[in-house]
Design a protein around this ligand. Sequence first.
Ligand code: FAD
Length: 335
Amino acid sequence: MNELKPKPSVAIIGAGLAGLSCADRLQTLGFQVQVYEKSRGPSGRMSTRHGEGWSADHGAQYFTARDPVFIEALNTWIKAGVAADWNPRLSVYEGEQWREGNSSEHRYVGIPAMNSPGQFLAKTISIKFNQTIDKIYQQGGKWFLRSLENGDVTQSFDYLVLAIPAPQSFALTKLVDHSIEVICSSVNMQGCWTAMARLSEKVDMPFDAAFINGEIISWISRNNSKPGRTGHETWTIHANPQWSQQWIELDKEESSKRILESAKKLGLNCQNAEISIHRWRYASGAITTEMGFILNENNKLSLCGDWLNGGRVEGAWLSGYKLANAINISAETNL
Ligand SMILES: Cc1cc2nc3c(=O)[nH]c(=O)nc-3n(C[C@H](O)[C@H](O)[C@H](O)COP(=O)(O)OP(=O)(O)OC[C@H]3O[C@@H](n4cnc5c(N)ncnc54)[C@H](O)[C@@H]3O)c2cc1C
């Protein structure tokens, strides 16, 4: 390898956990990386909503850590004070009956909020926020981007990483790479309606979190039971993927009404609560890929994200990490 030749430049679209872990790993390997993110902050679906005196994790609720490489990253986060164990009193509602949940699984959360690990990773990465990339194209072996907000991006890149959900990857790749476009279009991602209830006082429920196998709701949890949370009592309620997808175009007020009626039947009365509602268009859904990412060695277009690696936080992080290693090998081979 020629030591004097700089590593190729890489653009990453999406600052969720997959994009962040990919950027972090590439930087460690000596690459120059620029991330573009459409939101105003990092962390994607591993996220937290803040209100006056309250906050609620409204995307991922917790994560598991099974892979040794991810466990190592998690330990760094724990040491930095941005993640910790969460041991909720757990219940399961099934067949109209309650039972105790399995608490032997280790569950982790970001502290003080679910987006804290993402914010921690983002600190050392160059990210341009409020940049929705709406066009990608390759010319003379370089990748060019256009953002909805600012038009053409002046910099061009050797490698391009899409770290965004399948339907959004499909929209960007459809005129660019047919084989990748086909993979993206094969993934059926489902939405999720999420209600957050800020209550004036602590609710007396026999659990902190519950898996619900009901007509509408799939999950309820008390945010304040997670470590490092302060502020008012808040509960997060997720509608299940089937119901959410069926009613994804419902207006927010009506969706909120139906979810809260269902929560009331489960014993969580949010009548006097301040309610916030969020519609996730692409919450869940994944395909099984052998590597957990896609890298086209010919045009240097690549994809990572939860949907290519099991569909959860740990899978998203690993997908980005593994892709970074693959780009490194590809770059060394092409020198
Ligand atoms: C309601 C809900 C509950 C969940 N519960 C759990 C759970 O309990 N445990 C668990 O492990 N996982 C859970 N998940 C899944 C977990 O959140 C995801 O697996 C993980 O966060 C995905 O990370 P990612 O980086 O692949 O994608 P994302 O987090 O979606 O990141 C993609 C990023 O790309 C940005 N972006 C998209 N398009 C563009 C564009 N054109 N230009 C620029 N930026 C763009 C987005 O704004 C986003 O920041 C849940 C998800 C949801 C929605």
